[in-house]
Design a protein. Sequence first.
Length: 209
Amino acid sequence: MSGHPQDTWISDWDLICDAEGSCVLTFTDIRSGNWDVQAYKITSDGAFAWGADGINLSQSAAFEPSPAVCQAGDGDYVFAWGQYPDAGGGRMMMQRLAPDGALRFAVGGISVISVGTEEPGFPDLEPSLGGDVLLMYVRDISAYISPRHIRLQRFTAAGPPSGQPSPQSSTAVRSPWATRRISAWTVPGERSAAGTAPPGTSSVRLYNG
């Protein structure tokens, strides 16, 4: 699918099937010399809807691993990834693409979570009501002893958060590589979600919004 140089074997990637049956895939590669996030949309007949080289979502010299993607209720695609410069704290970045691949946010994405020297990581996304999305992430992966509480927050279609993050999990995730997933469901007028980690490493938290 892509012949560009990459180090994906030391990072993660994400893939969804959208409402039209197309595959949307996001991963990082080093085609620019840096770890940058890429996005591809491949239709059910194998066509590359966003071009043979996909769409570059980030242009940063920082380390940017493990992007996530979901399709929002308004049809847009939402991507999130961690960005970790050599000095200073990290941040969680976000970008939205229209179905035709047009950028909704500024080139390179926007910072949606940045807290001091913490390095939020391992995002996972689910659609919320309307065009909003729910973002689950680990609070800080800057060091092995960092507080790795699982947090969950809702973001509007314009990018800013809607309300405050959910209460952090009462127990920190011991391993930075432990599997975490977000599950979401809808009841009339409300979108709920729970973030989970392996048994014995974190409690489950429910978010309504």
